[in-house]
Design a protein around this ligand. Structure first.
Ligand code: UDP
Ligand code: MG
Length: 315
C-alpha cells in the first residue's frame, strides 16, 4: 500500500487551514478506506515563518488528528524554499509525495488520478490546469508569454503547471542532488528525469486570504526562473552586440562617404543618436550580466536554503 505524504507550504494561511484540513482529511479517509494509501500517510504543513497564527493552527491540527504533521521553518524563506524544506524533510518517510498549495486552488480530487499514475509506474505526475478562467486577462497574458519564453530559452518546464505534483521517493532523491540555492522547482523537476505524466485539473479561486504573489514578486519569480534555468540571455547579448557592431561599421562608412561626396557637415544628431542607442543597449546588457553575477554570488556562498526549527510527526 502506498504511503502518501502531502507537503503544503503555508505563509500566513490561518484563514484557510481549517477548510483545507477538513477536505484533506475527508480525502485521506476515503483513500485509506479503499486501500489506496496506507494508514500512516500524512499531510505535512510547512510553516514558512508566518506572521499570523498559522503555526499554532498547525499544532492544533496535529493534536486533533495524527494524519496532520508540521514542519516549522526558522523564518520566512519563500514558497520554493518552503516547499523544498517539506519535500526533503519527508522524503525518506514516504513512498511518494504530493505538493500542493494551502489555499485550495489546486483540486484535491486530482489526487486519486495522480496516485493511479504513480501505481502505473510514473515517478513524476504533473498537475496541469486545464483553463485559466479564474485568472485576470493580464495574468493569463503574462503567464502565456512567460511559458513561451521559457520554452524558447531551452527550459523543459511543463506549461500551466505550478507546483501541484506527485514525486516518487527516488525522484525526490534525485532532486536532493540539485544543490542550487536559486530554486525554480518546476524547471528542476523535469531535469531529474524518470518517467512522467500529467493530470489535468480545474484551478479554483483562493479559498480565503490574499495571494502571496503580488505583481512585483511574480515578476521577480519569472526573472529568477529564466536566469536560473537558462544562460541563453547572455548569448543574446552577444548577438545583439554583434549586430550593432556590424550596423555601426556600415553606418560609419556611409557617413564618411557622404562627408566627402556631398560635402555634408559632421552631424551632431547622428552622434547623439549613437550615444543614446549604444548607452541603452550597454546598460541592458550589463543588467542581464548583473543578474547572472548576482546568481553566481548566491550560489558560491551556498547558504542553507532553509533551516528546520521543528518537525512534528506522529510515527
Ligand atoms: N507561500 C509560502 N511562502 C511565501 C509565499 C507563499 O509558503 O513566502 C505559500 C502560500 O501559503 C501558498 C503557496 O505558497 O500555499 C502559493 O501562494 P499563493 O496562493 O499566495 O500564490 P498564488 O496562487 O496567488 O500564485
Ligand atoms: Mg494561490
Amino acid at each position: 500500500m502506498t504511503r502518501l505524504y502531502m507537503v503544503v507550504p503555508c505563509y500566513n494561511e490561518e484563514l484557510v487551514l481549517d477548510e483545507t484540513s477538513q477536505r484533506l482529511k475527508e480525502k485521506y479517509e476515503s483513500l485509506m478506506a479503499s486501500g489506496k494509501i496506507s494508514t500512516d500517510s500524512r499531510v505535512v504543513y510547512v510553516n514558512d515563518g508566518s506572521r499570523d497564527k498559522t503555526w499554532e493552527k498547525i499544532q492544533e491540527k496535529h493534536a486533533e488528528d495524527k494524519i496532520f504533521s508540521g514542519v516549522n521553518l526558522s523564518r520566512n524563506r519563500g514558497h520554493q524554499n518552503a516547499l523544498l524544506a517539506g519535500l526533503m524533510t519527508v522524503k525518506d518517510l514516504a513512498d511518494c509525495v504530493i505538493s500542493m498549495d494551502a489555499d485550495l486552488q489546486d483540486d484535491i480530487n486530482a489526487i486519486d488520478e495522480m496516485l493511479e499514475q504513480y501505481e502505473a509506474g510514473f515517478d513524476v505526475v504533473y498537475g496541469v490546469r486545464d483553463n485559466r478562467d479564474t485568472d485576470t486577462a493580464f495574468k493569463r497574458g503574462t503567464a502565456g508569454m512567460f511559458y513561451g519564453l521559457m520554452k524558447k530559452l531551452g527550459s523543459e518546464s511543463v506549461d500551466n503547471h505550478a507546483d501541484f505534483r506527485l514525486m516518487s521517493q527516488r525522484a525526490l532523491d534525485g532532486l536532493a542532488e540539485f544543490r542550487e540555492v536559486n530554486l525554480f522547482l518546476r524547471g528542476m523537476v523535469p531535469l531529474v528525469g524518470y518517467k512522467s505524466s500529467t493530470v489535468y485539473y480545474k484551478r479554483g479561486e483562493r479559498f480565503a486570504g490574499e495571494s502571496k504573489y503580488p505583481l512585483k514578486k511574480m515578476l521577480s519569480f519569472a526573472i529568477d526562473g529564466i536566469t536560473s534555468m537558462s544562460a541563453t540571455p547572455l548569448r543574446l547579448i552577444f548577438w545583439a552586440g554583434f549586430i550593432l557592431f556590424i550596423l555601426a561599421v556600415i553606418f560609419g562608412v556611409i557617413i564618411v562617404i557622404q562627408h566627402f561626396v556631398e560635402n555634408t557637415a559632421w552631424g551632431w544628431s547622428s552622434i547623439m543618436a549613437a550615444i543614446v542607442g549604444f548607452g541603452g543597449v550597454q546598460l541592458l546588457a550589463l543588467g542581464i550580466i548583473g543578474e547572472y553575477i548576482g546568481k553566481i554570488f548566491l550560489e558560491v556562498k551556498a547558504r542553507p536554503r532553509f533551516i528546520v526549527q521543528e518537525f512534528i510527526n506522529e510515527k
